[in-house]
Write a protein that binds this ligand. Structure first.
Ligand SMILES: Cc1cc2nc3c(=O)[nH]c(=O)nc-3n(C[C@H](O)[C@H](O)[C@H](O)COP(=O)(O)OP(=O)(O)OC[C@H]3O[C@@H](n4cnc5c(N)ncnc54)[C@H](O)[C@@H]3O)c2cc1C
Length: 293
């Protein structure tokens, strides 16, 4: 097991900000993953998995944890009958490719979610009416004490949430898909991708949705747009002029810049709509939003 020190989270996250991980390891098998988790526990270090870092904001001062990235067999995917079996680190794009090639549908909703199978479980990621909860059969969850399979109810999946805790790493997942023609899958993916491009900043450095959509008719994006926040800038971070629930790294942004924008957005949403927005993006390290008073 090769433990690296000082690997910058800015290289591991799609927004491209964040300081060093105190320790970083790549785990290519279940044995390596369990050994890494035991290594961290023996040193009193928390462990945290990172997928594609596509919904993470990490502190500029760095993260006091063992950051684990899955690769090798834990990032591969294969079709077995009508199931897609993927490593926790398998990118959604790879899973979609495998499913489409085998004529299995049901994963198209994830075509614009740039994460991994494990990150999808942790976030119960979803789009266009689909989510992980709907297609997941079970997930193999590793800890320093060993591994076990958990079903969706045991994982506690709800809107952009799972009951998983740090130190629990999704090593493998099984998805239940259904027979569908390759053309039909391609058509649906093209449709959803075009829809995405028309409404969201797909070619910018972001971490996806900043806030969860609150209960009620108005989504977080519309709400922040209504607050006049599109294009609002702090340092190198800017609220996307295209979709107000995204923060773009416009060049040289820090996590502190993004956090300050989030704080301002929450303040304005509360003032104008009386709503307390809850962040969807996962904050790693010493990062906290100021309370709304
Ligand atoms: C342009 C863009 C569009 C997006 N669109 C959507 C969307 O439509 N719907 C949506 O839901 N999300 C969307 N996202 C957010 C993000 O892609 C999803 O939340 C995704 O599931 C995160 O996966 P990841 O592997 O990148 O996880 P990361 O961002 O690396 O991590 C997110 C959380 O998952 C945990 N985690 C990661 N891997 C594991 C693992 N193997 N085991 C245990 N925990 C793990 C991390 O510790 C962290 O707490 C978008 C992001 C971007 C940049």
């Amino acid at each position: 097991m090769k433990v690296e020190e000082g690997v910058s989270l800015s290289r591991l996250t799609t927004i491209g900000t964040g300081g060093p991980a105190c320790a970083f390891v790549r785990a290519g098998s279940l044995g390596e993953l369990e050994a890494a988790l035991a290594w961290a526990r023996a040193r009193g270090l928390p462990a945290v998995a990172i997928g594609l870092g596509s919904n993470v904001l990490a502190a500029d001062a760095g993260v006091e944890a063992l950051v684990v990235r899955l690769d090798g067999e834990l990032a591969a995917a294969a079709v077995e009958g009508e199931r897609l079996v993927a490593g926790g680190g398998a990118p959604n794009a790879v899973c979609l490719h495998r499913a489409r090639a085998a004529g299995l549908g049901g994963f198209e909703f994830a075509c614009a979610i740039p994460g991994t199978a494990g990150g999808g479980v942790w976030m119960n990621a979803g789009a266009y009416g689909g989510d992980w909860d709907a297609i997941l059969v079970r997930a193999l969850v590793a800890t320093a004490d060993g591994s076990g399979w958990l079903t969706p109810p045991e994982l506690g999946l709800s809107y952009r949430h799972s009951g998983l805790t740090r130190d629990q790493v999704v090593a493998r997942v099984e998805y239940r898909l259904e027979r569908r023609s390759v053309d039909e899958i391609k058509h649906r993916v093209a449709e959803l991708t075009a829809q995405r491009k028309a409404t969201q900043p797909t070619n910018k450095r972001t971490f996806g949705s900043v806030f969860k959509n609150p209960d009620g008719a108005v989504g977080a994006g519309r709400m922040l747009e209504g607050c006049g926040l599109k294009g609002h800038r702090i340092g190198g971070a800017v609220i996307s002029p295209r979709h107000a629930n995204f923060i773009e790294n416009a060049g040289g942004a820090t996590s502190a810049d993004a956090l300050a924008l989030m704080a301002e957005a929450r303040r304005r949403a509360r003032e104008q709509y009386g709503v307390e927005l809850e962040h969807e993006v996962v904050l790693l390290g010493e990062l906290e939003l100021p309370p709304l008073d």
